[in-house]
Design a protein around this ligand. Structure first.
Ligand SMILES: Cc1ncc(COP(=O)(O)O)c(C=O)c1O
Length: 425
């Protein structure tokens, strides 16, 4: 099973059999309040009728159609809807089936772009410590999680990493903090070390999610943008978690006011209902690759299921639902209430830091001696048994409920966590 302690799971399986709105249900009929939108993806809540219907209709109409040298209408409709909410200028869309595929697609686009403009020496990719870009070879290599890399000795050649953004601001900072450190300025050092002419792209999550909700300090992303632009390096935002209202706007790029050259999405694109990802590229990147190619195929890349009818139908219904219910604005309106509530855990047993932005929070616990992650894992199990789904990474609890969460449910999430933390050593 993915990222699972298989032996523990087999010894005591925790199963989910259905879901509706803010709740999962277990085989014995218990309701589990979803504090994590599944895995950061079910932004509109579970079992949404219009999405279910769209998938059913698509399956009955066109179960599959190849998208190599052929087309069918749904991905084009979805591409237009997606382009309309991407940052201005990022309106060229390529479909994938997951966040990992989106990351690798974006990296390959960056290499293809430089090659097409006669700079094929730009092959180096820069990621960031504590970054997560999925588990394929590209994403793994630019990712900065030791555990995801160490077991697999072959990494992409020429990758380097920036320092992570954590630790520059004070613990219990609400939203974005300030720091005197020029963390993004480190990119200038990497440019000096390797030469800009060898660097294709920098890829970062605007807010690092999987390694425990690391909110960038003010000005950080702007500075990355300035440095990349100055050196002809493409900037890629991995928005697999941050897009689709998580921060109260369509994208984190919008939220922070920084436009990358390439932006990746997945998860919330279909509300998690059918696997799908996408990469949005600027016209400059797209046109350079397409116009720079000889006759025939311009970008030798793609997947059998790129733009799959069921996924595209789910995506269209999802984006329509987000708009109809103004869910991104709803999340923005809830953000202050969310912040107040999660910071109410300051002083709870074991808690050493709380971070938040939009409808996301990271609650960091002290680790047990010699057993990093054991305390949070126990909290995860206990919360589940108490009817609450949380996500944990090392000893950090990460929260990201569906954007339909009500105030009372926010309070419930926080009070159950406080109770559980009070019960465990
Ligand atoms: C920022 C980011 N990129 C990529 C991925 C990988 O997505 P997937 O699991 O769909 O391959 C994730 C998954 O959590 C993610 O958070």
């Amino acid at each position: 099973m993915p990222f699972t302690d298989n032996r523990s799971f087999k010894a005591a399986p925790r199963m989910l059999v259905s879901a509706d709105g803010m709740y999962y249900r277990t085989p014995d009929g218990r309701r589990i309040l979803d504090g994590t939108a599944g895995l950061w993806c079910v932004n509109a809540g579970h079992g949404r009728e219009s999405i279910v219907r769209a998938i059913q209709d698509a399956a009955a109409t066109l179960d599959f159609a190849p998208t190599f040298q052929l087309g069918h209408p749904l991905p084009f409709v979805l591409a237009n809807k997606l382009a309309a909410i991407m940052p201005k200028g990022l309106d060229r869309i390529f479909f994938t089936n997951s966040g990992s595929e989106s990351a690798d697609t974006a990296l390959k686009m960056a290499l293809a772009y430089h090659r097409a403009r006669g700079q094929s020496g730009r092959t180096r990719l820069i990621g960031r410590q504590r970054g997560y870009h999925g588990t394929n070879f590209g994403g793994m290599s630019v990712g900065g999680i030791g555990g995801n890399r160490r077991g697999f000795s072959a990494q992409l050649w020429g990758v380097d990493h920036l320092s992570h953004t954590h630790g520059g601001t004070a613990p219990f900072t609400r939203g974005m903090g300030t720091t005197n450190q020029d963390i993004a300025g480190e990119l200038e050092e990497l440019v000096a070390l390797h030469g800009a002419e060898t660097i294709a792209a920098v890829i970062v999550e605007p807010v690092a999610g999987s390694t425990g909700v690391l909110v960038p300090p003010r000005g950080y992303l702007q500075r990355l943008r300035e440095i990349t632009s100055a050196h002809g390096i493409l900037l890629i935002f991995d928005e697999v978690i941050t897009a689709f209202g998580r921060l109260g706007s369509a994208t984190a790029a919008d939220y922070f006011g920084v436009t990358p050259d390439i932006l990746t999405v997945a998860k919330g694109l279909t509300n998690g209902a059918v696997p799908m990802g996408a990469v949005a590229a600027s016209r400059e990147v797209h046109d350079t690759v397409v116009d720079g190619a000889g006759p025939g195929i311009e970008f030798f890349h793609g997947y059998t299921y790129s733009g799959h009818p069921l996924a595209a139908a789910a995506g269209i219904a999802t984006l329509d639902l987000y708009a109809e219910e103004a869910l991104f604005d709803r999340a923005g309106g809830l953000a202050r209430r969310w912040e107040e509530a999660v910071h109410g855990l300051r002083g709870a047993r074991h808690v050493v830091d709380i971070r938040n932005i939009g409808i996301v929070a990271g609650i960091e616990l002290t680790s047990r001696e010699g057993a990093v992650g054991a305390r949070a894992m126990e909290a995860f199990h206990r919360c589940f048994d108490e009817g609450l789904l949380i996500r944990v990474t090392a000893d950090i609890i990460a929260l990201s409920p569906p954007l339909i969460v009500e105030n009372g449910q926010i309070d419930e999430i926080v009070s159950r966590i406080a109770t559980v933390l009070g019960q465990i050593d």
